[in-house]
Design a binder for this molecule. Structure first.
Ligand code: AMP
Length: 380
C-alpha cells in the first residue's frame, strides 16, 4: 500500500516523502479514505499508531481540492487536552501543508501564554488546534468564531475527560454547527461518556488499531525491587550503567520532579523537569532540548505521559508508579514507538508491590523483577 493510492495529491505526497513516511500505517490506510469521503470517524488508537497523520493528511487534501472557492474563515477545529499536543499537531500540519497550491493558515492556541499574543494571529485562520479552556477564552473575546466549523477533531478524548474538560467541551459543542464531520480519537472507548455519545450520534465509521496490550510488545519491561532510600542512587546507577543518552523519568508530583532533577544535576547528569507548575516557555524549552539530545534526562509528571511524541525514545523509567494501570501503559508507550523497540523500567519499593501486581494483571503481562540488593550503589 502506498500513500498515493489513498487519494492524496502530489503537493501532499511531496511533503509525505520529505517526512520520510514511506508506507502508510494501518490507521492511515483505514482513516484517510473515510475522512476524504466526508464521513465521521471514531478511532480507537493511541499516540504512536500514526493517528495524527491519519487525520491531518485527509484534512489538508480536502483543502487542496477546494482551492479555488475558499473563503478565509475557520473550518477545522482540532481539540486537544494539552499544550504540548497542540504544538506537536501544529508542527505536523506545518510539515504536511508546505507544498499546498494555496497555503492554508493554521494556528495552535493553548493556555499558559498571553491571550493577546494569540488573539493577534488568528485572523484568516482556517485550521485551529486548541485546548478547550483557551479556546473558550478566545471565543468570549470574539477572536474566534466557531459557527462555520465543518470538521471537528477531538484528539485523546479520554485524556480530555480525565482532565475534566467535559464541561468546557460541552460549552464548545453548543457553539458548533450541528452539521459537521466529527473525528474522534481515544486510546480507550468509554461509551458512557457524553463526549463520545455526542459523536456516536452521527454514526461514525469505527476504526480500531492494535489493542493496548499488543502495542506494548515492542517494549522490554523490567522492574527493580528497591528500598525507598536507595531509589535515587539506583536511578543514577541505571542511567550510568546502561549509558542512557535519552531517558524520560516519570514521577507523581511536581515537588518530586524538581527535587529529583536537582539531585541528578548535582551528580553530573544533565536533567530538566517538565510539569504543570513550569511556565509554557520553560516546558517547551525542556522538551526541545530533550528531543534534540541536549539534555539526557527529562523528569516529568503525567502531564507528559500522553501525546508527546519523541521519536525512538530508548528508555522510560517509572521512578514512581502511576495510580492507574492505564497511565502505566501510556507512560511506557513513550518508548518503543513507531515500530522501534525500547525499554521501560520501574522502580518498585515494598509498598508498591501489590499495586504493581495489579498493573501487571490488567496488562496481562508478567514483568521480570530484579533485586537491587546486591548492587554497589554507595559511591554513585
Ligand atoms: P502519532 O501516533 O501520530 O503520534 O505518530 C507516531 C510517530 O509515527 C510520529 O513520530 C510520526 O511522525 C510517525 N509516523 C506516523 N505515520 C508514519 C508513517 N506512515 N511512516 C513513518 N513514520 C510515521
Amino acid at each position: 500500500m502506498t500513500f498515493s493510492s489513498l487519494g492524496l495529491s502530489e503537493s501532499i505526497l511531496k511533503a509525505v516523502t520529505e517526512q520520510q513516511y514511506t508506507e502508510p500505517y494501518p490507521i492511515q490506510i483505514q482513516a484517510i479514505p473515510v475522512i476524504l469521503e466526508g464521513q465521521s470517524v471514531l478511532g480507537i488508537a493511541q499516540t504512536g499508531s500514526g493517528k495524527t497523520a491519519s487525520f491531518v493528511l485527509p484534512i489538508l487534501e480536502l483543502f487542496q481540492r477546494k482551492k479555488s472557492t475558499r473563503n478565509l474563515h475557520l473550518k477545522v477545529l482540532i481539540l486537544v487536552p494539552t499544550r504540548e499536543l497542540a504544538v506537536q499537531i501544529g508542527d505536523v500540519i506545518a510539515g504536511f501543508s508546505k507544498y499546498l497550491t494555496i497555503p492554508v493558515k493554521h494556528n495552535a492556541v493553548f493556555g499558559g501564554v498571553t491571550l493577546n499574543q494569540q488573539m493577534m494571529t488568528l485572523k484568516n485562520t482556517e485550521i485551529l488546534v486548541a485546548t478547550p479552556g483557551r479556546l473558550l477564552e478566545l471565543v468570549s473575546t470574539q477572536s474566534v468564531n466557531l459557527s462555520k466549523i465543518e470538521v471537528l477533531v477531538l484528539d485523546e478524548a479520554d485524556k480530555m475527560l480525565d482532565l475534566n474538560f467535559q464541561e468546557e467541551v460541552n460549552q464548545l459543542f453548543a457553539l458548533l454547527p450541528a452539521k459537521r464531520q466529527n473525528i474522534l480519537f481515544s486510546a480507550t472507548l468509554d461509551t458512557e461518556s457524553k463526549l463520545i455519545q455526542e459523536v456516536l450520534l452521527c454514526n461514525p465509521i469505527r476504526i480500531e488499531v492494535e489493542a493496548e496490550e499488543k502495542s506494548t510488545d515492542l517494549i522490554k519491561q523490567t522492574a527493580y525491587r528497591v528500598s525507598p532510600e536507595k531509589k535515587g542512587p539506583l536511578l543514577r546507577y541505571l542511567i550510568k550503567n546502561k549509558e542512557m543518552q535519552q531517558v524520560l523519568i516519570f514521577v507523581s508530583s511536581v515537588r518530586t520532579a524538581d527535587n529529583l532533577t536537582d539531585k541528578l544535576k548535582k551528580n553530573g547528569i544533565e536533567a530538566m523537569a517538565i510539569h504543570s507548575k513550569k511556565s509554557q516557555s520553560a516546558r517547551t524549552e525542556a522538551l526541545n532540548r530533550f528531543k534534540k539530545g541536549k539534555t539526557n534526562v527529562l523528569v516529568a509528571t503525567d502531564l507528559a505521559s500522553r501525546g508527546i511524541d519523541i521519536q525512538f525514545l530508548p528508555f522510560v523509567i517509572n521512578y514512581e508508579l502511576p495510580r492507574s494501570p492505564k497511565d502505566y501503559v501510556h507512560r511506557i508507550g513513550r518508548t518503543g514507538r513507531a515500530e522501534a523497540s525500547g525499554e521501560a523500567i520501574s522502580l518498585i519499593i515494598p509498598e508498591d508491590e501489590h499495586h504493581f501486581k495489579t498493573i501487571q494483571k490488567k496488562m496481562g503481562k508478567i514483568i521480570q523483577m530484579i533485586d537491587s540488593e546486591g548492587f554497589v550503589l554507595s559511591d554513585l
